[in-house]
Design a protein around this ligand. Structure first.
Ligand code: FES
Length: 83
């Protein structure tokens, strides 16, 4: 399965819980939601490829790619509204 098709394959949605920073979003690499959000907000990561390079998330089975993409979209929208 290609990287691009994997992005649309996993329909798991990020939850709306904002108080669970230690939640694991990438089980293979044990990357937390907090680490992903930090990369998006502090490092300006704007796509899944950059996020993979920056955090390592998504470098294993790739089941989390769709969820990572949704987190990027969600936080990019929040950043845009804040600026
Ligand atoms: S869960 Fe993220 S690479 Fe496997």
């Amino acid at each position: 399965m290609s990287f691009e098709s994997r992005l649309s394959y996993d329909s798991e949605e990020p939850s709306g819980c904002g108080s669970c920073p230690d939640r694991i979003v990438c089980r293979c690499l044990k990357i937390t939601e907090d680490a992903v959000i930090e990369a998006i907000v502090a490092s300006g990561v704007s796509n899944v490829r950059e996020l993979r390079r920056c955090t390592g998330a998504g470098q294993g089975c790739t089941a989390c790619l769709r969820r990572l993409q949704l987190l990027i979209q969600e936080h990019a929208e929040l950043l845009a509204k804040a600026s």
